[in-house]
Design a binder for this molecule. Structure first.
Ligand code: ZN
Length: 360
């Protein structure tokens, strides 16, 4: 007689136990497929939450309807789709903004079905680091807080701004990381959120930027004017030709100020990401021969408004102007005014209007 439960054919209690366990798992393969949840490196409440999602027990509106707990399956955030778990946690526009801000907006992120998606991005094999925090932990914290945020919207009518929610996700992931591994240290470098900030009522904001293409040995500039609601007022692109990036930056500012003047705007905040340009003007630095004329022109234009402030922003807060400056390379020489935004800019404008910010 030969015992098939062990390598050498001899019977042991251990091999008999292993055989029965293997048969149990074979009978119910899901038992094995759930095990990953309990191994996740995160807070216990998040593991339970993931278990509920995987088992179709998360009470989103699509599930509430089937249990006669709600009359509508629609997403309370966008009113465009049924509120299924994957819609709430990933596909709703708001979730997409959050994932983008957290650095997850890759093409493979939005394509897989719920279970593979959860497993793929939450398991330790994906333990790369983002801003000092394991990505898997950031992913899990984001899922949990998107759910809590959805409940705050429904039950308390509390609407979070994307940067508030992202800051909370980072904070929770950081605390969990320290709790799970007390010797881990968050890197000393301070990360900060950068976003476009609308001007106060009665003011207009001009964002301008310059761009240099080494391939074309050519520079261009561009910019746009928005009001305090973040709405488009006007914009421009300009193909400057063969010159330096500094001249292109100043060129963009000058043409932007001219546009503000021609529109009769009286209070203007001019913003650009070229620190050297801002300093040349605000600190009255001695110009060289190449920049003297355009600097004088800029200062004269600025004095023509009731109020005009020039300030520096980081590149992430100047994305729309950056887009237009790059577009300037492909337009005919000289100035081109845009009464409405060129296609391709809408996404950036909507993001700015909603306060989307970037981690720096
Ligand atoms: Zn939605």
């Amino acid at each position: 007689m030969f015992w098939t439960g062990s390598m050498d054919g001899s019977f042991t209690v251990k091999s008999a136990y292993q055989l029965t366990q293997a048969q149990r798992n074979l009978a119910n393969p899901l038992i094995d497929s759930w095990r990953w949840i309990w191994k996740l490196q995160c807070a216990e409440r998040i593991r339970i939450f993931i278990w509920l999602v995987v088992h179709g027990r998360l009470l989103t509106n699509s599930i509430r309807v089937t249990r006669h707990m709600s009359s509508s399956p629609t997403c309370p955030r966008c009113n465009l789709s049924d509120e299924t778990p994957i819609h709430l946690l990933r596909d709703c526009y708001y979730a997409q903004i959050i994932w983008g801000m957290l650095g997850f907006a890759t093409t493979d992120f939005f394509t897989t079905e719920l279970l593979s998606w959860l497993k793929k991005f939450s398991t330790p094999s994906r333990m790369s680091i983002h801003a000092g925090i394991p990505r898997a932990l950031l992913f899990l914290s984001a899922l949990w807080l998107l759910w809590k945020d959805r409940n705050a919207l429904i039950f308390r009518n509390h609407q979070s701004r994307p940067q508030e929610l992202c800051a909370l996700i980072f904070q929770q992931a950081k605390y969990t990381m320290i709790a799970l591994n007390p010797i881990s240290r968050v890197p000393s470098r301070q990360h900060r959120w950068v976003s476009w900030i609308p001007p106060d009522a009665g003011w207009y904001k001009l964002n301008s930027d310059g761009s240099y293409s080494a391939a074309r040995n050519s520079a261009s500039a561009g910019g746009l004017i928005r009001d305090n609601s973040g709405s488009w007022v006007s914009g421009f692109t300009v193909n400057v030709g063969c010159t330096s990036i500094l001249i292109a930056e100043l060129w963009g500012l000058r043409d932007g100020l001219r546009l503000c003047q021609s529109l009769g705007l009286s209070r203007v905040i001019a913003e650009m990401d070229s620190l050297i340009s801002v300093r040349l003007i605000n600190e009255n630095r001695e110009p060289d021969n190449l920049t003297a004329a355009i600097l004088l022109e800029i200062k004269t234009l600025m004095q023509g408004f009731d109020a005009c402030i020039l300030q520096h922003t980081l590149r992430e807060g100047n994305s729309a102007a950056d887009f237009l400056a790059s577009l300037g390379h492909s337009t005919s020489p000289g100035l081109h005014i845009w009464d409405s935004p060129p296609s391709g800019l809408w996404t950036i404008l909507e993001g700015d209007q909603m306060g989307v910010c970037f981690l720096r």
